[in-house]
Write a protein that binds this ligand. Structure first.
Ligand SMILES: C[S@@+](CC[C@H](N)C(=O)[O-])C[C@H]1O[C@@H](n2cnc3c(N)ncnc32)[C@H](O)[C@@H]1O
Ligand SMILES: *[C@@H]1O[C@H](CO)[C@@H](O)[C@H](O)[C@H]1NC(C)=O
Ligand SMILES: *[C@@H]1O[C@H](CO)[C@@H](O)[C@H](O)[C@H]1NC(C)=O
Length: 315
């Protein structure tokens, strides 16, 4: 038994060190001063160009109603801080090794989300405080009463919005994420409780949840019902292209309720989503394109998905 554990540990370590050596960071620090200088500069250029691409939208392809609602975002200080921190963290070899080992053990019976919640890793980034304020057209001192963050994950994205609210309610499906949220002192509601509290919310955030839950259309209708009907706003993020699936333990399932999103490119799917929102009682007040960032592991500095972020007003 001891021998077996030793063997597993040694092979994990060897594998990790090998991969690490071949990662760009190794090349960056050891070879860039000589042979690879040119290649490095080239990569650096690509890197920045890539960042620019994250925010691009062909407004010609947006429907006429949406075109004036498009907000151009860019890589700001808050986003760069998250990226820097993420790059730094992925370089901590011993912690990354520990995470990698624990993940492979737990992944036999737990969802990826719950493992991240348990290990307190893989935090996400959707928008900086400045980007959030610009989308909602509010100042840094703007205050409101109640925020409801549906599918809040570990609460790191909630934290960006929290200074603007007196009471912060959250929901989560994953038990380990609920522990993280309770540790951060948010008021955790059950996933069938937030609709029936008897009060209304001033802002409801639904970030990267519609493609990960069983009943996205029902969820939209319920949000409409409990949102403050005049000044209330929904801030909604969705990864495009739209690929709905639901995590269940370590498995993936198809959602029980279909939400139809037409089109192939980002702009077409955004147009189609505006129709879905219209049918559930909302109109798009602002829309932007942002990278949905996730902290990296020992193989990557960070991960990027393509988000569409909407501000919805009830009609
Ligand atoms: C992709 S994560 C998004 C986390 C965070 N909002 C963000 O934008 O980074 C989706 C989360 O929704 C949770 N979830 C799935 N179905 C849910 C439901 N019906 N109600 C509340 N949370 C749910 C999952 O456990 C997961 O943590
Ligand atoms: C991020 O890191 C880069 C390169 O190390 C540095 O030039 C930049 O000032 C850092 N930015 C922030 C916001 O921390
Ligand atoms: C998607 O396309 C189908 C067939 O063209 C149409 O019936 C449906 O209304 C469209 N849905 C959305 C949300 O645009």
């Amino acid at each position: 038994m001891k021998l077996f554990v030793c063997w597993v540990l040694t092979s994990v370590v060897c594998l990790a060190v090998l991969r690490k050596m071949w990662s760009s960071r190794y090349l960056r620090s050891h070879l860039s001063r000589s042979l690879y200088m040119n290649m490095m500069n080239h990569n650096q250029a690509l890197y920045w160009e890539g960042n620019h691409q994250w925010y691009l939208c062909d407004t010609e392809k947006l429907s006429e109603a949406l075109r004036p609602m498009f907000v151009q975002s860019y890589l700001d200080h808050g986003t760069q801080t998250f990226l820097n921190r993420s790059i730094e963290k992925s370089g901590w070899l011993s912690i990354q090794l520990y995470h990698s080992f624990m993940s492979s053990v737990f992944s036999m019976f737990m969802s990826r989300t719950s493992i991240n919640g348990l290990l307190g890793r893989g935090s996400m980034f959707v928008f900086s405080p400045e980007q959030f304020q610009r989308l909602l057209k509010i100042g840094p001192d703007w205050k409101s009463h109640r925020l409801l963050d549906l599918g809040a994950g570990d609460g790191e994205v909630t934290r960006v919005m929290s200074p603007h609210f007196e009471e912060i309610y959250v929901t989560e499906m994953s038990q380990t994420m609920i522990w993280q949220l309770q540790k951060k002192k948010y008021r955790v509601l059950n996933i069938d409780e937030w609709q029936n509290t008897g009060f209304q919310y001033d802002v409801i955030s639904c970030l990267n949840l519609l493609d990960r839950c069983h009943q996205p259309v029902t969820l939209l209708k319920e949000m409409r019902r409990v949102l403050e009907p005049t000044r209330g706003r929904v801030i909604l993020a969705l990864v495009l292209p739209f690929h709905p699936y639901v995590e269940n333990g370590g498995k993936w399932e198809k959602p029980s309720e279909a939400m139809e999103v037409n089109g192939t490119v980002w702009e077409e799917q955004v147009n189609s989503l505006a129709d879905v929102f219209q049918n559930t009682g909302f109109v798009v007040e602002a829309v932007t394109r942002l990278p949905y960032l996730c902290e990296g592991d020992m193989y990557n500095d960070y991960y990027v998905l393509d988000d569409a972020v909407f501000v919805l007003r009830p009609v």
